[in-house]
Design a protein around this ligand. Structure first.
Ligand SMILES: [Zn+2]
Length: 521
C-alpha cells in the first residue's frame, strides 16, 4: 500500500525531456513507482486531471535567513505557493553563522533588525544543529557568508587581513563546509566587503574548489563597473576552477544597459572554455535594496555610526548630497518598502516624501537613512525589461527569487513581489509567451539548480528520489503580486509536496512543516 498516488499527470520530470501522461506513487518521503497506470491501493489518491506534475522548485538565491523568516515564519507561505520545495539561504555574504564575535551578525542588519532575536549558536555546526531542531514548509540549505566570517574576525574595521587572520578565516570556512554548508557567498558591493582584495578571494575560492562547494558572488558592481566586476568573478573561476554562480545578474541604470551584451559574452566565453560558471536572475525590473547603498563608498565605509557622523558634518553632508545629485539615480520615483523605525513613509515615493517635507529628494534620502533605523529598504525601477528576459531565458541562468518566505501579509511593510511571484511569473512568460518549452523552463527551476549545488535525490522525478513535487496548470500559472500589493499568492498551482507531505493542497496552504535543514554530502 502506497502513501499517495498522483494519477493522470502530465509528468515533466525535470530533466528537460518531453512530458508524458503518467501516474506517480509515493511511499513515505520517496517516489517509489512511475508508470502509465498504477492501481495498487494507496492511503490517498489525487487525480491531476492532465495537469503538469513537476519536481518541486529549488531557489538557489534565497534570503529567508537574513529576513529572519526561518524563525518567524517557517511556513514560508510566499515560497510554497510558488512551488518552491527547497531553498538555499546564506546568500550575498551574510549567513547566520559562524558567529565568531558579537559583530558577525551585523552583516544582516541591512535586511532585518536583530532586536529580540534568540541566538544560541556560535559555530556553523551549532547553527545547523539548531536548525535541525526546527521544521519548515520546505527544505533549507545554507551557504556560509563571507561578510559574516570576516566581521567575526575584524569587526567593523575596514582593512586587509593579517596573515594569521586570513589563516583563521580559512579554518572557519573549512569547518563551516564540513558542518554542512553548501558553499560560500560574498556580497562584494556591501560596505564590509568593498575593500576585500582579490588575493583573499582566491585563497578562499581554492578551498571551495577542493571541497566541491559553490561560490555564490554578489558582484562588486551592477552599474558602471559591472564589466570589471564580472571579469573579477570570472578570473577567480578561471584561476581556481571554483563552481561559480553570479547572484541576481542585472545591469542597473539606463546609462549602463549597453554593457549587458558584453557581460553575457564574457560569461559565455568562460563557460565554453570549460569553467563551471552560471548566474541567477529574477523576472522583475525593479531592484530592492537598502537606501544607504546609494551613498558614496567613502561615506559607508566604517559602518552606520561613522556614516551618521558624516551626515552631521556640513562639508561631508554637502559632498554626499552632490554625489546623490550627480549619480543619475531617479530618487523621486523610488518607492519606500520598509523602515525599521515607524515613519509612515511605507508605500510612498521619495518624491512625495520630499514634497511633504519641502526639501530636495536627495535631502529626503538622508532624512530617511538617519531616522528610519538600521533597515530602510526601497524599490527602484532601473532594469531594462528586455535584458531581464534575456537573463532569465539564457541557457546558463537559473531563476531564483533573491527573496524570502513571507506570511500572507505584514503590516507597514512591503516586500518585493519577487518573494511571492518569481517562479510562476517566469513559467507564465516561458510557456504562454513562448520563450521556452515547458520542459526546459521546468528544468531551470529543478534539476539544473540541484546539479549546480550538488543537491542529491532532488530536482528530478525519479524512483528513489525525495517526493518534492508540484502540480500546476500551465495555462493558468501566473503571479498576482505587485510592488504596491505584494501579498498575493500566485494562481494555477494546486498542490505542492515536500518530502511526500502536502504543504499546498487544492491551492490552499496546509499547516504541515515537512521540510528540514539539508547538509552538504
Ligand atoms: Zn545580493
Amino acid at each position: 500500500m502506497y502513501s499517495l498516488i498522483i494519477k493522470n499527470a502530465q509528468l515533466v520530470d525535470g530533466t528537460g525531456e518531453p512530458g508524458r501522461l503518467s501516474d506517480v506513487a509515493i511511499q513515505g518521503d520517496k517516489i517509489v513507482n512511475i508508470d502509465q497506470s498504477i492501481n495498487t491501493p494507496a492511503e490517498d489518491v489525487i487525480d491531476a486531471g492532465g495537469k503538469v506534475l513537476a519536481p518541486g522548485f529549488i531557489d538557489l538565491q534565497n534570503h529567508s535567513d537574513s529576513y529572519w523568516q526561518i524563525f518567524d515564519n517557517p511556513q514560508f507561505d510566499s515560497l510554497v505557493t510558488q512551488g518552491y520545495t527547497s531553498i538555499v539561504i546564506g546568500n550575498c555574504g551574510a549567513s547566520l553563522a559562524p558567529l565568531l564575535s558579537h559583530d558577525a551578525l551585523l552583516s544582516i542588519q541591512k535586511w532585518h533588525s536583530l532586536e529580540g532575536a534568540n541566538i544560541n549558536w556560535q559555530s556553523f555546526s551549532e547553527y545547523i544543529e539548531e536548525l535541525s531542531r526546527h521544521r519548515f514548509a520546505c527544505n533549507v540549505a545554507s551557504l556560509v557568508g563571507y561578510s559574516t566570517l570576516r566581521r567575526g574576525i575584524v569587526g567593523d574595521q575596514v582593512r586587509s587581513l593579517e596573515k594569521e587572520e586570513l589563516a583563521a578565516l580559512k579554518k572557519f570556512l573549512v569547518e563551516s563546509i564540513d558542518a554542512g554548508a553548501f558553499g560560500m557567498s560574498s556580497g562584494l558591493s556591501y560596505s564590509h566587503e568593498i575593500i576585500i582584495s582579490e588575493i583573499e578571494l582566491y585563497e578562499l575560492a581554492k578551498i571551495l574548489t577542493q571541497k566541491k562547494a559553490l561560490f555564490s558572488i554578489h558582484l562588486r558592481s551592477e552599474g558602471s563597473e559591472i564589466s570589471e566586476a564580472v571579469e573579477e568573478s570570472l578570473d577567480i573561476a578561471r584561476s581556481t576552477e571554483v563552481n561559480l554562480k553570479i547572484s541576481h545578474l542585472k545591469v542597473r541604470n539606463e546609462s549602463n544597459w549597453p554593457k549587458f551584451d558584453e557581460i553575457i559574452q564574457k560569461i559565455e566565453n568562460a563557460y565554453h572554455k570549460g569553467y563551471n560558471v552560471h548566474f541567477d536572475a529574477y523576472p522583475y525590473s525593479a531592484i530592492w535594496q537598502p537606501l544607504y547603498a546609494y551613498l558614496p563608498r567613502w561615506a559607508i565605509e566604517g559602518g552606520r555610526q561613522v556614516m551618521l557622523k558624516h551626515f552631521e558634518n556640513p562639508v561631508q553632508r554637502n559632498k554626499i548630497l552632490a554625489h546623490l545629485n550627480n549619480s543619475g539615480v531617479k530618487f523621486p520615483g523610488m518607492l519606500v518598502a520598509s523602515t525599521a523605525n515607524k515613519l509612515n513613509f511605507v508605500g510612498k515615493t521619495i518624491g512625495q516624501i520630499a514634497k511633504n517635507m519641502e526639501v530636495s529628494s536627495e535631502q529626503a534620502v538622508l532624512h530617511l537613512i538617519q531616522n528610519g533605523g538600521s533597515e530602510v529598504l526601497v524599490f527602484e525601477e532601473n532594469l531594462n525589461p528586455e535584458q531581464v528576459k534575456q537573463a532569465m531565458f539564457h541557457p546558463l541562468s537559473f531563476v531564483a527569487t533573491d527573496g524570502g518566505g513571507f506570511p500572507p501579509a505584514i503590516k507597514d511593510r512591503l516586500v518585493h513581489p519577487r518573494c511571492f511571484g518569481s517562479a510562476p511569473k517566469f513559467l507564465n512568460m516561458a510557456i504562454n509567451g513562448r520563450e521556452l518549452s515547458l520542459e526546459k523552463a521546468v528544468k531551470k527551476l529543478t534539476s539544473a539548480p540541484a546539479e549546480k549545488i550538488g543537491l542529491k535525490k532532488r530536482g528530478e522525478i525519479k524512483i528513489g528520489n525525495f517526493a518534492d513535487l508540484v502540480i500546476f496548470d500551465p495555462e493558468k500559472i501566473n503571479s498576482l503580486a505587485s510592488y504596491q500589493n505584494p501579498y498575493q499568492f500566485s494562481q494555477g498551482i494546486s498542490h505542492v509536496f515536500v518530502n511526500g507531505k502536502a504543504v499546498l493542497t487544492g491551492g490552499k496552504i496546509t499547516t504541515q512543516l515537512p521540510g528540514y535543514v539539508l547538509r552538504k554530502n
